[in-house]
Design a protein around this ligand. Sequence first.
Ligand code: ADP
Ligand code: S3P
Ligand code: MG
Length: 165
Amino acid sequence: MMGAGKTTIGRSLAKELGRGFIDLDQALEARCGVPVTVIFDIEGEAGFRKRETQLLEELSRQPRIVLATGGGAVLVDENRAYLKERGTVVYLRAEADELYRRLARDRQRPLLQTADPRARLAELLALRTPLYEEVAHLAFDTGTLPVLQAVTRLAAQLKAYEEKT
Ligand SMILES: Nc1ncnc2c1ncn2[C@@H]1O[C@H](COP(=O)(O)OP(=O)(O)O)[C@@H](O)[C@H]1O
Ligand SMILES: O=C(O)C1=C[C@@H](OP(=O)(O)O)[C@@H](O)[C@H](O)C1
Ligand SMILES: [Mg+2]
């Protein structure tokens, strides 16, 4: 979900694992030359999702990288298939209240620029949780862990998972 720490933990995890890092939203912004907020303003969520799927299809082919998606990438069936078939998918779990604490002052998430962002987060989390669970090979609670500790633990869990499979 938005605020779970995909961008932050993903970047640090890539370093820990000695792999390249790609953040799908940042890659999309670089391609389009404008922030995600502007893509939403001009093309709406539907336009953003089309671009997101095209770029995910391309970037998820890269081997040995850590790829952080946006929280809504799971909404599109095709995206879930790319993720599940091409990589090891980690679902970073956090409660709605914690997500809200992290994002309350954020202005870069267009879906949260509403009168009641806390309710919106809870609603999106409830709708998406089954999709996150469906696509994930591993679930990881980010709850109260500081980022660096989370990364060390997650790297160990990934190693154990990959040795097992
Ligand atoms: N484990 C964590 N504990 C506390 N704050 C975090 C944690 N992970 C991320 N954050 C903070 O939450 C905000 C959103 O993180 P971000 O990595 O952008 O999430 P996402 O990419 O999943 O939307 C940032 O301000 C980040 O510093
Ligand atoms: O949850 C979503 O639908 C979205 C999450 C954002 O990324 P983060 O999950 O990195 O915030 C970004 O892709 C866009 O604002 C839509
Ligand atoms: Mg992000």
